[in-house]
Design a binder for this molecule. Structure first.
Ligand code: NAD
Length: 425
């Protein structure tokens, strides 16, 4: 989670202020966008498997609903605190506005470590969270989703508990559900697929080659899927990493093969090394270098895709980044100082509020399909996702050119402009 000293909510306020200045917003409009509509905070208690009681802090921040119901995930993490949840809720409002879907921004969190709790205990936490906030959730009020250490199974428990607590049937009150419980086809690949559509637009306007050398940091849901799609599209995946290390090769990797290795071992590095012992012959044959997970960021490539943690691209490593285009699938991977350096160096950063918005866009489709009581096909999801991502990327790019500012600032200007307009309507 956030390991930097940068206060994430302070960063949001600074970006908001820049956007408000460009747009000439009044101080009271800026204040409205700087303040969450509601901060819900409660202690929730569960019985642990050994019979003891554990109490933990739970949050739901409803940041802004000027454009539609609050929307945003719930994370289970020991470091989830109010500042973090507030900044993520604000970012959700901006993200939904940038891709122009009729939803606002919210986020939730429970401060505990799911890794030290049994599955039954995690289920009790999920159900207790919903009971605590049931009156504030609902398809037209506030629609949560999975986030760090929460998943589709947890969403299924939550909707079930919500229906029990409120005595209503409302599959649309939460997204990211399993397919047999109202979930949508393509949600698993939506974030990466949205990033690919945005990247396609950018490589076109930046006049980059048709086939590119791409490095991806993080080999989880977002990163591994993006690597797989780009490889299938004919790009060369010159570097991959996970929490244990990285593998790099000019010849490229097949992410499907890497995924198979990852499934049967701890790390992708096991393809070439078992502990400290590396298969030098195999590495030479494949032209592979094995390194740390930070080495990956500095590999020679055209496109770098941070898809792991926040604050990975910093003032320290930014001068050595070789990519011409950075696609932020992760939330907050670039510090403000690194951002400024990239702008100076002519490196284009496709910001998180745009690059990873495919996820919330397909969540919006799930919300719609539940409201319409029908099931969308995988083709319908792709057909509707592509134009949304392409138009949003074009709008942000054109604004950044017109205002001569980085795409992140331009995305904020666009998002704030749309929310402020909805507030005055
Ligand atoms: P995940 O847990 O599936 O995968 C994370 C990956 O990052 C794992 O492979 C892990 O080994 C790797 N990792 C951890 N520390 C690392 C390090 N120091 N260096 C390199 N790799 C490291 O998570 P995910 O769902 O793929 O999400 C990744 C990022 O994308 C997060 O910032 C998340 O907020 C963002 N995001 C994801 C979605 C989504 O739909 N999955 C949507 C929006 C944003």
């Amino acid at each position: 989670m956030n390991t930097s000293t940068v206060n994430p909510f302070q960063s949001y306020l600074e970006r908001l202020h820049k956007a408000a200045t460009v747009l000439g917003l009044t101080a009271s409009d800026e204040q409205r966008l700087a303040t969450p509509d509601r901060v819900l905070e409660k202690d929730i208690s569960i019985t642990r498997d050994d019979g003891s009681t554990e109490t933990m802090r739970a949050y739901r921040v409803q940041f802004n609903n000027a454009r539609g119901p609050y929307k945003g995930g719930i994370r289970f993490h020991p470091a989830a605190d109010l500042d973090e949840v507030k900044s993520l809720a604000a970012a959700m409002a901006i993200k939904c506005a940038v891709v122009d879907i009729p939803l606002g921004g919210g986020k939730g969190g429970v401060q505990f470590d799911p890794k030290t709790h049994s599955k039954q205990e995690v289920e009790r936490v999920a159900r207790a969270f919903v009971r605590a906030f049931a009156n504030d959730l609902g398809r037209d009020k506030d629609v949560p989703a999975p986030d760090v250490y929460t998943n589709s199974e947890i969403m299924a428990w939550m909707v079930e508990e919500y229906e029990k607590a409120t005595g209503t049937k409302d599959l649309a009150m939460i997204t990211g559900k399993p397919l047999d419980k109202g979930g949508i086809l393509g949600r698993d690949t939506a974030t990466a697929q949205g990033g690919v559509y945005a990247m396609e637009y950018m490589t076109h306007v930046l006049d980059m080659a048709a086939k590119l050398r791409v490095a991806v940091q993080g080999f989880g849901n977002a990163g591994a899927t993006m690597a797989r799609i780009l490889h299938a599209d004919g790009h060369t995946i010159v570097g991959l990493s996970d929490s244990k290390g990285s593998i790099m090769s000019e010849k490229g990797f097949d992410p499907t093969h890497v995924q198979q290795i990852k499934e049967s071992s701890d790390t992708i590095v096991d393809m070439y090394c078992k502990g400290m012992v590396c298969d030098e012959e195999k590495m030479e044959r494949d032209g592979v270098t094995v390194g740390s997970n930070t080495d990956l960021l500095e590999v020679d490539c055209d496109v770098l895709v941070p898809a792991a943690l926040d604050h990975q691209l910093t003032v320290e490593n930014a001068p050595r980044i070789k990519a011409k285009l950075i696609i932020e699938l992760a939330n907050g991977p670039t510090t403000p100082e690194a951002d400024a350096l990239f702008f100076e160096r002519g490196i284009t950063v496709l910001p998180d509020v745009l690059a990873n918005a495919g996820g919330v866009t397909v969540s919006y489709f799930e919300w719609l399909q539940n409201r319409e009581e029908r099931t969308w096909s995988a083709e319908e999801v792709q057909e509707k996702l592509k134009p949304i991502m392409t138009v949003a990327t074009k709008s942000v790019w054109e604004k950044s050119q017109a205002l001569q500012m980085p795409m992140r600032d331009a995305a904020f200007v666009l998002g704030v402009e749309r929310i402020a307009k909805a507030l005055t309507n």
